[in-house]
Structure formats: structure tokens, C-alpha cells
Design a protein around this ligand. Sequence first.
Ligand SMILES: Cc1ncc(COP(=O)(O)O)c(C=O)c1O
Length: 446
Amino acid sequence: MATTAFNLQHQWLPFTPNRGFALDPRVLVAAEGLHFTTHDGRQVLDAISSLWCVGAGHNRRPISEAIKTQLDTLDYATAFQVSNDQACRAAERIAALAPGDLNKVLFCNSGSEAADTSLKVALAYHRARGEGHRTVFIGRERAYHGVGFGGMSVGGIPANRKAFGACLLPRVDHLRFIHDPVHHAFVRNQDPVWADDPLLELEQRLLPLHDPSNVAAVIVEPVAGSAGWYVPPKGYLQRLRQICDRHGILLIFDEVITGFGRLGTPFAADHFGVVPDMLNFAKGVTNGVIPLGGVVCRDGLYDAVMAAHRDAPEHAVEFFHGYTYSGHPVACAAAIATLDLYADEGLFARAAQMAPVLGDAMHAALPHLPHVVGLRTYGLAGAVELSPVPGLPGKRAFDVFMDCYRHGVLVRPAGENVVVCPAFTATPAQIDQIVAVLAAAIRRQA
Ligand SMILES: Cc1ncc(COP(=O)(O)O)c(C=O)c1O
């Protein structure tokens, strides 16, 4: 049934070409399982878990029931000077799921806020230990850590930065990007083994340049998501951990995309066997249903900040940071229900099981199509890279995205890549449909 009772005049759409959208609107009015209903009454398969959020599929009753119950019990309570039972329980559950001694959860509302929160914790930690001179942050080229000024500064997607250059944080540097288009344009569910070591640059150029004693933290996405699903070379994250340890530098994993099952494990930290000092999360923690984000910190970070206040009066706040909605009870109730659902249905294992199904399907259908110059599948996600239309960056991927949408599948254009990352509940038949529609679109747009 068509639903056209909406006005397009007043919403300025995020990360969307607004002028084109007005000519050809794509408005969603309902969802169930892996499918949306559009305003013009069509079914569209959500092949991107609504931007990496909806691992359990849409409209899951245990989550919506928990939200309804919570709304009737404690709708909201301030987060400052008091807390609420749902926030305590959600923090306990997330800490239990996180590896190692990542035990202290600072809640926020989004991945962007998580990025800025983690950078601020790093500064507070070093200052608490008498190393307030450690203020350099190192991110990575083409990284995405959201749109706050901190996350944007350590992020490395040029288009996201270019209009805001003068206001980016000072004392930020970037590791080189983790992509080798000559030898590893095609990655099939395995860590690529690189001949050269991309982290030599950190050891031999960036750290000597800034002096390691000035560096507060390195922040990376374990697998580079928004740039188009780029996989680190084998051993990269282990080696990064060793370098940071050697120099007293904190290591932050931004797991906003990789957290909660995308690689078949709770976190990418588990998949790669590397425990960061902070782990940023959002999106999948509530199955996308209600905004919630956070940073899980190792015990030692919290302990150091508390220890620095050992002689302060008891009413003194130790860390001046937080959001009105930190630990919102309804969002936390949604998180608890989501974590229960992931466990009850074994959805992380299901993602691991479906990962090669997606990888095999994409590698069988896509590599030989026109303009395909790369294909990377890893965990339950894949990106096909297309050669750019000369002079029109991003146009080919955008055209393929639009073509897929018209043919009933929502994929994601990311630069010259088209990304798919379906819900963990996707069936082999749905994966085949996604890949078939994507292949046909690439051929049509050749
Ligand atoms: C790795 C990563 N960090 C941070 C963010 C920002 O999250 P949000 O859009 O919730 O602010 C994203 C969003 O896609 C992300 O992929």
C-alpha cells in the first residue's frame, strides 16, 4: 500500500545528495525481518543491516517488548548524581562480553560520541598519571570515527574533513591506509599476508617525529568499515598492540561496526586476539532500535583517574564528561534484550556460519564483471570496488546503489565501493538474491 502522507521540504538529509533525493525520494515506512516497505508500497531487502546496526533483523519482538515495558516502568531519569537499574545491568552485560579487563563502561548515544569520549578518557588518564604532555593522537587514513570534531580529526576520509580543516584538532597524525591494490585487491575471508610491514612507518617516522612520550593514543577500526571494508594484513593489530605497549601509548579499537557479531565473535578484539585499552561501541548494541553508544575501558584507566583524586573530597567529580542521555533506561533495556536475543538465537555463530556463504557468492559472481577492480569479503560483509568514472568520483558506485534499490535491494555506496553486510539472520536464498541483484546492477551500469 502506498504511503505518501509526508512532506519532503523540511528535513536536511545526512550524508545524502539532497537535491537528487527530492527528485527521486526513497522513504521507508515499515520493516520486518530483512525487508523494508517503501512509501510506494514496494519491498526492499536491507542488505546492509541498516548501516551495520540490525544484526538480528528488523522489528524483533523481544526488543520492542522490553522497550514498551521499560517505558511503563522508568521512562527516563537523569544520568548525573543518580543512575538507573537498566544502565547498571547493561554495563554489567557489556563488560562481561568484552574481552580481558575491559570492565568500565561510559555510556553515550552514538559512535561519534564514543570516539570523542575515548579521546577524552585518554587525555584524562595520562594527565592523572602525571603525563599531561601526552596529547598527540594517531588515527589512520580513510578511517571513520564519526562526525564530532575529535572523531573527524582522527578520522581520515578526505570528504568528511575538507570543509572543516581549520577546526580540526591540532597534534593529530595518521597511519597509512591498509590497502594494497596491487597484491591484495581481492580478499576472500582470510587475512591478507603482506610482503611489506605498514607499521614500520609508525615506528620509523610518526613516533620519532612526535616523540613517543607525547603520544596519547592510537585509534583504529579493526576492519576499516566506512571506507569500504578493508581488512588489515595478518598480524597488524597484534603488532600495533606491541608498539603501543612499548611506548605507553593507549590503543583504542573503534568497534562501532565490528562489535556485536559482524566477524562471528562478540568483538573484533576477540576475532584478532588483541585486547585494546578502550573499545568503542554503538549500533548493534541495541540492534539499532534506540540510539546507544559507549566506551568500555580497561580497569587500569578508571583506577588511574580515581587514584589521582585520592586526596580530593568525596563530593568531587573525577571526570568532567557525560551526556544527558548517558545510560538512558529505555536504550539500556533495549541493549539487554538485544544481547539476550543474540545469545538465545546464537546469532554471532550464525554470522560466522553465513560469512563464507556471502564470501563465496560474491567471489563467484562479481570479480569478472565490468569495472570491478577489487573485492574484499571478511566476516559477514563484503565490498566490491569499481573503477571510477573519470572526473566523477563515487558516481559508478552510486549508480549501482540506485539500480539495486530500484530492483529491491538496499546496498551501500562507499567511495568507489559497494558494500553489503546483511543481518546475521539472512538466509542463503536472501544472500543469493542480494548478489544476483548487485551483479545485474553492475552489468547494467557498465
Ligand atoms: C567505526 C565507526 N565509528 C563511528 C561511527 C559513528 O557512529 P554514529 O553515526 O552513531 O555517530 C561509525 C558510523 O558508521 C563507524 O562506522
